[in-house]
Design a protein around this ligand. Structure first.
Ligand SMILES: *Cc1c(COP(=O)(O)O)cnc(C)c1O
Length: 470
């Protein structure tokens, strides 16, 4: 591709993107393809000769786009959102064009210094105290892994990296059963082992860890010769929003000198609104907090904000300095690759800077408040239908419900069939979960460009599909 073609195709791609966003409501939300259909339309061997861009682009439109699930669709109510606000997409075009590796200060000073500044903007926006320092990780999973490694190293007096875990007392980590599977995977990868992730029972509407039980589990483990290292608290769990009492968890952890990591990957965005901060009260006592601006806030994936009270512990765990990575003559600079597992890093701060400036915190707060209000309204409309029941009340903009079945019918199968029917029909997209072993249908409102009418449309799509089945 020569320079002139690069210009021409960049314009084409930008136009395509703008048209795509403009016409999203005309598309079914979830891809309507059968497994293998897309693969069958793609050549089985690579071309020997160069192909014209016209042909490549035409195939993209014909073969690829119909096989996409449209995460930016305003009626995407499944999983959690992966919002890419248009302004953050524009920032990503620029970042992609420059394609810098931002691992060290000197490999792109602007990337490092902007990251420090916008993460501090975010810290202020969330109401976290000034002692927290932030870094952008590629995902909450990576942030949690980094925090897990710090827990481990701290407990092992910084000997784990050098000596490995063989011959050490087994390291123990505590969480409820409402945490995301990224906690399990971090436990595996950190070499701690699933058997050493101790599940603490939960209670109450928010399915919070029982602090008394946590205290007893740690004491028992110490007695039995284990090495308690840390606790992972959940704020806004993936299934139904399960949230721990962070203050109570931190109080128990402090008593035993344990490290606390708070996973608020989804719900953290809502903390820019002071009225929701009670959901993570006590967070200022935590050691590590992660939330994903790439979920609800609108910074295109990937962009996970990781705040740490003592970044030295993170650097002590992850930094390694071969000669070729040394920054000679510039002491005291931040090299963010020392704060994360991968060395190479994209310039992710730019889209946050664009996003926060273009919408202002007040604009972002209005969006989040609207989603919460619309989800509440939908939940009460569904609750008023005699053939439906609310399974879990709204936690921010997430709730779950179920269609009732006649006595003796298979309730789980019926509700799974209902989800499939709704998604096949394509007006909206929902996913299911299990609550206390029984299938429930999840609903979350959070799409960046959703309107109240889109959420109202969900009511019709759900009720129409359910009534058509009975
Ligand atoms: C989405 C989510 C994660 C995983 O986030 P990634 O950035 O995809 O790794 C972890 N925890 C919670 C609570 C989540 O909602």
């Amino acid at each position: 591709m020569d320079k002139e073609q690069f210009r021409q195709w960049s314009h084409r791609a930008a136009d395509w993107g703008a048209d795509y966003r403009e016409n999203l409501r005309d598309r079914p939300v979830r891809a309507q393809t059968a497994p293998g259909e897309i693969a069958a339309a793609i050549a089985s061997a690579p071309p020997e000769a160069a192909e014209p861009m016209e042909a490549i682009f035409a195939d993209f439109e014909k073969t690829i786009v119909p096989g996409m699930t449209h995460w930016q669709h305003p009626r995407f109510f499944a999983y959690f959102p992966a919002n890419a606000a248009p302004v953050s997409v524009v920032a990503e075009y620029l970042v992609t064009a420059m394609a810098a590796q931002c691992m060290l200060w000197q490999t792109s000073p602007a990337a490092t210094e902007l990251e420090t500044k916008v993460l501090d903007w975010l810290r202020q926006a969330l109401g976290l105290p000034a002692g927290f320092a932030g870094v952008i990780q590629d995902s909450a999973s990576s942030a949690t892994l980094a925090a897990m490694l710090v827990m481990r190293e701290r407990a092992l007096e910084w000997q784990g990296n050098a000596q490995g875990l063989a011959g050490q007392r087994p390291v123990r980590v505590y969480s409820s059963d409402q945490v995301h599977t990224s906690i399990d995977r971090a436990i595996w990868i950190a070499g701690i082992g699933q058997d050493n992730l101790v599940r603490i029972p939960t209670a109450g509407a928010l399915r919070s860890m029982d602090a008394e039980a946590l205290d007893q589990a740690i004491a028992r483990d110490r007695e039995a010769g284990f090495l308690p290292a840390g606790v992972v608290a959940s704020v806004g769990g993936t299934s139904v929003g399960g949230s721990d009492d962070v203050a109570a968890v931190c109080a128990v952890a402090r008593k035993y000198g344990l490290y606390v990591h708070v996973d608020a990957a989804w719900a953290g965005s809502a903390m820019i609104c002071p009225e929701f901060r009670h959901l993570w009260a006590g967070v200022e006592e935590a050691d590590s907090v992660v939330f994903n601006p790439h979920k609800w806030l609108g910074a295109q994936f990937d962009c996970s904000a990781h705040f740490i009270r003592d970044p030295e512990s993170l650097v002590k765990t992850l930094a390694i300095q071969p000669e070729f990575l040394k920054t000679h003559g510039k002491e005291g600079l931040i090299n963010y690759s020392e704060w994360s597992v991968p060395l190479g890093r994209r310039f992710r701060a730019l889209k946050l800077w664009f996003l926060i400036r273009a919408h202002g915190l007040e604009g972002l707060r209005t969006m989040i408040r609207s989603h919460v209000a619309w989800a509440k309204k939908l939940a009460s409309r569904i609750a008023a239908e005699p053939d439906f029941e609310i399974v879990t009340e709204p936690m921010l903009s997430l709730f779950s419900f179920r269609h009732r079945v006649t006595e003796g019918a298979d309730e789980d199968a019926h509700n799974l069939a209902l989800v499939s029917r709704i998604n096949d029909e394509g007006r909206i997209y929902l996913t299911q979960t299990r609550v206390d072993g029984r299938v429930a249908i999840r609903f979350q409102a959070g799409q960046f460009e959703a309107t109240e009418a889109d959420v109202d449309a969900a009511f019709d799509a759900i009720v129409d599909a359910a009534r058509a089945m009975t």
